[in-house]
Every structure is written in C-alpha cells, then in structure tokens.
Design a protein around this ligand. Structure first.
Ligand code: FES
Length: 73
C-alpha cells in the first residue's frame, strides 16, 4: 500500500477503507467511522481528512420533500 493512500497514519487506515465504511454503513460522523475501524483514535491528525471524506461520500441525511422530512435515496 502506498503511503499516500493512507488517511490515518497512526492505525494505517487507507482512504478506500474509509470510503467503504462511509458508504456501506451510511456513516455520517467521525464517531460512526470509528465504530468500524480505529481511524482517528490516536493523535487525531486525520480528523479533517475524515470530515472531508464524510462531506464527499456520506449520503444526505434527509431532505425536506413536499413539506415533510424524508430520507433521501
Ligand atoms: S493519523 Fe489518525 S489518529 Fe493519528
């Protein structure tokens, strides 16, 4: 694995694993990601990168549709 593929250097968690956790488990927070791996449980230096991946890959939590909140697919 290339070093640039890593997001969390403390626990050697690669970007692909983080994206898979976000998408498969509908992770919306860093805490959600931590339920599935050890990313960000060390120095915390990877938190901004995790938040950026969450912003890019997490599903929208809900939308206001027809005046009611509903989950977006
Ligand atoms: S780089 Fe992720 S906890 Fe240190």
């Amino acid at each position: 694995m290339l070093e640039e593929d890593l997001v969390c250097y403390c626990f050697e968690v690669p970007r692909d694993e983080i994206i898979e956790i976000i998408q498969k488990n509908k992770a919306c927070t860093v805490d959600d990601i931590q339920l599935h791996c050890s990313a960000c449980l060390g120095c915390g230096g990877c938190r901004p990168d995790l938040e950026e991946l969450l912003e890019t890959f997490s599903p929208p939590p809900f939308s206001l549709k027809h005046g009611r909140s509903s989950f977006k697919e």
